[in-house]
Ligand binder design. Sequence first.
Ligand code: DGT
Ligand code: CA
Ligand code: ZN
Length: 579
Amino acid sequence: MTSNADIARVLQELVDLLVLAEGSKQAFRVRAYEKAITAVHTLQRDAAEMSAAELEAVPGIGKSTAAKIREYIDTGEVARITELRKRFPQEMLELTRIPGLGPKTVVMLRDQLGVTSVEQLQQAIADDALQGLPGMGQKSQQKISHAIERLGLHGKDRRTPIAAAMPIAQTVVDALQQIDGVSHVEYAGSLRRFRETIADIDIVVASNAPATVMAAFIGLPLVTEVIGQGETKTSVLTGTGLQIDVRVVRPSQYGAALVYFTGSKQHNIELRQRSIERGLLLNEYGLEESEAGKVVASRTETAIYKALDLPFIAPEMREGIGEIEAAADRSLPRLVEVEDVKGDLHVHSTWSGDGRSPLEDMVRTAAERGLEYIAMTEHGEDLAINGLSREQIAAERVELDRLREEYPQVTILSGSELNIGPDGAVDYDPDFLATFDWCVASVHSQFDLPEARQTDRILAAMDNPAVSAIGHLTGRRIGHRPGIEVNAKAIFEAAVDTGTALEINGHLHRLDVPAELLLLARGIPDLKFVISTDSHHTTEYENIRWGVHNARRGWVESTSVINTRPLSEFLAFVAAKRD
Ligand code: DGT
Ligand code: CA
Ligand code: ZN
């Protein structure tokens, strides 16, 4: 059955195409479909089981959207998208992700210069061809060139952001799990290692009936082209050009296949080396004795690691960066787990301009999820439109008092997400700031300042006793906006000195602090993190698992994460800085 995630993905492609067709992200139709995407994401039923009239009755879904959703469910296609794809090839959509290149400019580049891909744009910049076009100068050329480099959009190693790949992988995994005779399904490859961008999706299936699995796979609505079909491996493309490889293996060989296809390549090479040292041979079918050929392990990953005298190594760590040595001498970090997390310290409600669930819903959901404590962190007053005045904070606190009585199982802290100004100043005044139980301070503006100034502004914010944590450190949106450039070492040091925690933001578009920076922070004593969801809707508390995956990829231990501590210890951390 067509899933709601599938439908949201199709509508997103329509939005991306319409932005080009209409020449603006603010166009009425674009906004309408964007609203519909939010509505589909938060639908409590399967859209596939709803009539056009029922869909139209959902707030946020209009008549024409309802018709398109039905069209997709019934035919697997949307004629309007097919037509727009012809006018605007996939590569052109990519151009709109470059900061500073609006849809009108992208269309102009095609009309004036015949540029329709990132490669062609880079060539045009190299030829100085952009200068002289309306609104373009030497400086904008340089800016665009820099943005292309930093977004990693160039070349054939073009990668898909994890936020786009994950729902697709989950849809495929869920569908394959339903098939008779399938005992295990997992996505492997870079996605399982939780890299923030991926080249293709690798899925491993355990079944003795590969033909059935493959037939179901290529029949999925998200598959638009089959590019390779064999007995045990099939490769397809989705509408956005993302490749998915499915491999079907015998259940008895599942563990070996999962290790192999999870990689990384470097991790595999080191494992194979270790096997050879033990007179063993490791491949995707199993671990066997080199001489006799007898299989010593193959069914589970744990069995394979064990036969190599190693404890299980978490997929997020398998990058060949010292994890095998650490496993061998039993010094693997005790990685943080989802179950360890007791509180969520970055939560918005409709009190914030961009919040999408009412306060009570956010609190009730937190209570239902068994959270011990949460902080409501609406935007500070300096953030245009979305921020809260002191009067609004006071009014929200009246509500909080009532909710504390109604939901005594969860402790509700009154917090704020403050805005770090260009020189490190934050919202409100010191006396008012002191009335919050918890403040996270984030950069929401001036992403272009040089590294030294960005670092200084964050250090200045950390000096503020009311700032208990720095939110989404770099402010990046993976694949869409490069983050600010910072001196990470200096920030880690200041975090320890001032008693400020660093937020690991679990939003799949952010994953911020990035794992590569977390790896640089390994072994710094007393550096503390807080893993938060940055929820703007009740469904987003789920983001905690992405934050945890990202932390694990950065080798973050449970003991370094302050919201794995019981409330009293957590509050002691906040109080220590204020003293
Ligand atoms: P990417 O580029 O995001 O798709 O990253 P991966 O790691 O998913 O790479 P992919 O899809 O080329 O291959 C999936 C896994 O298969 C990889 O992580 C390890 C394994 N693999 C692929 N090629 C080789 C190889 O030449 N040698 C070894 N030892 N393993 C390989
Ligand atoms: Ca892959
Ligand atoms: Zn926030």
